[in-house]
Design a protein around this ligand. Structure first.
Ligand code: CP
Ligand code: NVA
Length: 307
């Protein structure tokens, strides 16, 4: 049984196999109507549940469509409609759900919920975002980067803003797949030390700094995210701290001429990124959103031993 909990749980060849499968499946169904299935129906006979303790647009739509196109059955439940957090242990919930469905994607509020669920489940569990990481997003982001600019190895990536869950998965992606990552954050919003220590230990090219200008200089790809994540509540403080980290034309001009701009979305226009950059020639944000669909397929196939 194979879970998909974090990018660092996989080897480079395993992640490369997922990226290749995502790219080739995307190519194979170019221009096909969205409601049609992929020819080989690799998830025929499998039922997969999507459980959300937090709201979602992209993760929900892309997983639902990925499973349908792969020939599987899918349904979505909100965590609030379940007995989660009403006294039944997470482990017991995982044991019960494992008797009904063949796999589960869980967007958990807390990392420990995901971990307890995965430890007790007897079916594959996919991390659809926690307060700590967002691995399905960053696999799609690497797919997007490589689609536009070739292999991530050797690429300079700049993360600007909050050192949050998406940033943590970027650290893991660079650690496993290569490339370099410069992270510019206010000191109090740096990535958790567990991620930075891991990067250091495996000698990944990950650097943390406070200056967005230094991080972005000559970057091939500039990435940011909302200043306030779903698990945060200190809006005013974050707005004050992160104002100098807005991705705008002046900052983007310091990057390589053909640099990409990425954002996992939802974006707060004219806060962390200006309209000009979101809608300008560097931006590949809607390709990232589309690529969630293709990446989810590869993740699912890996979980079911079908890559
Ligand atoms: N990027 C992302 O995960 O978006 P949703 O919260 O809409 O799923
Ligand atoms: N960092 C954001 C990502 C949303 C997809 C959050 O956790 O809210």
């Amino acid at each position: 049984m194979t879970h998909f909990l974090d990018l660092k749980d996989f080897t480079k060849p395993q992640l490369r196999a997922m990226l290749n499968a995502a790219a080739s499946r995307k190519k194979a169904r170019a221009n096909q109507p969205k409601g049609t299935v992929d020819q080989d129906l690799p998830l025929k006979g499998k039922a997969i549940a999507l459980v959300f303790e937090r709201p979602s647009t992209r993760t929900r739509f892309s997983f639902e469509m990925a499973i349908r196109q792969l020939g599987g059955e899918v349904f979505t439940v909100s965590g609030a409609e379940m007995q989660l957090g009403r006294g039944e242990t997470i482990a017991d919930t995982a044991r019960v759900v494992s008797r009904y469905v063949d796999g589960i994607m869980l967007r958990a509020k807390e990392q420990h919920t995901l971990q307890e669920f995965a430890a007790a489940a007897t079916i594959p569990v996919i991390n659809g975002l926690t307060n700590r990481t967002h691995p399905t997003q960053v696999l799609a982001d690497v797919l997007t980067l490589e689609e536009h600019r070739g292999a991530i190895d050797g690429k300079r990536i700049a993360w600007v803003g909050d050192g949050n869950n998406v940033c943590a998965s970027w650290i893991e992606a660079v650690g496993v797949l290569g490339g370099s990552l410069k992270i510019a954050s206010p000191e109090s919003l740096r990535p958790r030390s567990e991620f930075l220590n891991w990067a250091k230990q495996i000698k990944a090219e990950v650097e943390v700094m406070t200056s967005p200008e230094l991080a972005v200089a000559k970057a091939n790809c500039v990435v940011t995210d909302a200043w306030l994540s779903m698990h945060d509540d200190d809006m005013e403080n974050r707005h004050n701290l992160l104002q100098p980290y807005q991705v705008n034309e002046a900052l983007m001009n310091l990057a390589a001429k053909d640099a990409l701009f990425m954002h996992c979305l939802p974006a707060h226009r004219n806060e962390e990124v200006t309209d000009q950059i979101m809608d300008g020639p560097h931006s590949v944000v809607f390709d990232e959103a589309e690529n969630r669909l293709h990446a989810q397929k590869a993740i699912l196939l890996n979980c079911f031993g079908k890559l």
